[in-house]
Write a protein that binds this ligand. Sequence first.
Ligand code: HEM
Length: 519
Amino acid sequence: ALTEKDLQILPENGIDPENPGKYADLLKDLQGNILRGHGRDSSVHLFLQFKPGQVQELKKWIKVFANKITSAQKQADEAKLYRDKKIAGDPFVNFFLTRKGYEYLEFKPFQIPGDQPFRFGMKNDTIRKLLGDPVVEKWDPGLQEEIHALLLIADDNVVSLLQTVNKITRELYRLAQVVHREDGFILKNEQGEHIEHFGFVDGISQPLFLKRDIERAKSKTFNKKWEGSKWDSRAPLSLVLVKDPNGKSEDSYGSYLVCRKLEQDVKAFIDTEEYLADLAKDKESGLPLESGLQIKGDVELGAALMMGRFRDGTPLTMKGSELRRTELPDDTKAGEFDDFNYDNDTQGLKCPFHTHVRKTNPRGDTGRVDSSGDTPEEALEKERNHRIARRAVSYGVDYQSLPDGKKWGQKGFKPPVTDSGLFFLCFQADIANQFNFMQSAWANANNFVQVNVGVDPIIGQTQPGDGRADEATGNRTQKYPIAWGSETTKTICNFNLWVHFKGGEYFFAPSISSLKNII
Ligand code: HEM
C-alpha cells in the first residue's frame, strides 16, 4: 500500500502510468480527469436526482455502470494509443456523488466522505455567504433542485457522445431524473489554442503529477531544470487525493470536485477593457473619457490588467508591450509558459495585485507581506497547498460551430452577453482549504494581498452588505498603475463584475471499486 509519504512527496519526475510501479493499484482504481484533464473536445454533464424508492435498482445500475467509468490508468493508456496509432478510445466517463446522493444510497455517516463543505453542500447559507454567492432562487432552475450525482461523459466525436448520452439517459429513465444538463466544449482561438470566452488562452498553469506533463513543463522553463526555475508546477498527490472510505483496495482514493456554472458577459468585458484603455468615448462629445488609464488605447493591455496574462498567455509581469513574446525561452509559446513569479514586481506595478492570476496564485507574494512570522519559504509552501486542479470547459455559444461563426479577434465577432460562460470544475483534497479559500480569502477579498487592492475583476463576488462594494451602486473599487510599470496609480471606482454565478455543487469522485462493490 502507498504510505503517507508517497502521498506527500511526488517522485522527482512524477508518476509514469506506462511504468506505474507502486502506483499501479491507485491508478487502476482512481477515476480519470483528476491527475490530468480528460482532454476531449466535447462533454455532457448530467445532474441527477435519484427517484424515490429506487435504492436497490440504482445500486444494481451503479455496479454495472462502474465498468464504464474511465480510470486514471485507462485514460493514460488510451492517450498513448492515440499518440502512437491515432486510435480513438472509448467515451470518457466520470461519476460523482453528493452527500445527499450517498445518503440516498444508504451509506452510513462514517462511510460518507467527511470534508465539511462537501457535507454542507453549496446551497448551505454559511457556504453561500462565505463564497459571496447569490441566493439560491437566482440560480438556474435545475441547479436549485436537490442533486444526488453528476455524470460527465466526454468524447471528441459529438455523434458518438450524443449516442452514449442517449443510451445512459434511457437506462436511467426509471431511476433518476436529469434535473440539469450542461453541454461543454473546448473553445479555440485562430491558432487552435484552448481559450475561454473572454478570449484568453486557458489551462496553462496547473499542478502536475504525471511524468509526461512534468517533462513537458520542465522543457519550457528557462534552464530546462526545476532547480533555479521561478515556478515549479509539480504537486504531491495529497493536493488532490483522499482515501475513499468505501474503497476495496488499500490504494483506493477519491477526490472532491467543485462544480460552478459561471456565466460570462463578454460584451461588457470588452467594453471594460476599452474603457480601461482610455478608448471609451463620451457619448455627446465623442472624446475619450478621462477615467481611463494612460495606456494609449492598448485594449489588449486593458484586458491583461484584469487577467494578469495577455490573451496569448504572456504573463503581464514580464512584458507590457506588443514585443512581449521575446522574453520567453526558445520554442515556448506564450500559452504554454509558466516559469515566472512576481519577484520582479513586488509592488504590483506591472501586474496589479488584483489580477485574476495573481489573486489565485500569488507565487510568493504572501511571504513578502505576511505578518504571520512565516519565512518566505514557509509562506510559499502554504500558498502552494491552496492550489487546485482546474478542469473547466466552456458552455454556451461555440463560435466555431456557428455557420457564420466569427472567432475571437475576427471582424464581425459578436460577443455574447448571457448564456455563455465557464463550466468551472476543480479537484482537491480539502475544499475549505483550497477552492473555498481561494474564492473567499483571495478572489473576493478587497485586502488580499495588500490593503485595498480590490477584488479579483474576473471572479470576485460581492453581495450587498458585505462591505466590498459601494452600498448605493454596487460598484467596486480597483487600483491600476496608469501605465505598465508606472508608480502612479489610478483608482477606478465604478468597476463592475462580468462573471455571474448560476449554481453549482460539491461532489466526491469515488474510487471505482467502491462503486463496483456497492451493496
Ligand atoms: C488561471 C480565466 C474562474 C482559478 C486563469 C487564466 C485564465 C482564467 C485566462 C490564465 C491561464 C492559466 O494560467 O491557465 C478564468 C475565467 C473564469 C475563471 C474566465 C470564470 C469565468 C476561476 C475560478 C477559480 C480560478 C472560479 C478558482 C477560484 C484560477 C487559477 C489559475 C487561473 C488557480 C492559475 C493561476 C496561476 O497559477 O498563475 N483563469 N478563470 N479561475 N484561474 Fe481562472
